[in-house]
Design a protein around this ligand. Sequence first.
Ligand SMILES: [Zn+2]
Length: 104
Amino acid sequence: MGLTRCYSSEKPVLVVSWTPENPGRRFYGCTNYWVRRKCKYFQWRDDEICERGKVLIPEQRQQILTLEADIVGYRKREKRLLICLGLSLVISGMLLCLMLLLVG
Ligand SMILES: [Zn+2]
């Protein structure tokens, strides 16, 4: 598939489609399309998605987004737990010192 110049002689950009009919399918489009919808240059880069892919790709994409959101949550929780752990170590150390002073 040759990359031709568009009607407004701009260099077309590679974009990923996320419509239900074409999930993850790449195409070349003109930057002017999004700016003024002046140029209608459009050319698919990838072959058509098979029927199974049309179901599977959006499902997996949604799963990835969910898992990524989970990771962000777990990282925040890990940070809070580490702070708690650090604080309890400091408090334990202080109590130990106090006990040693009282005993000694
Ligand atoms: Zn154009």
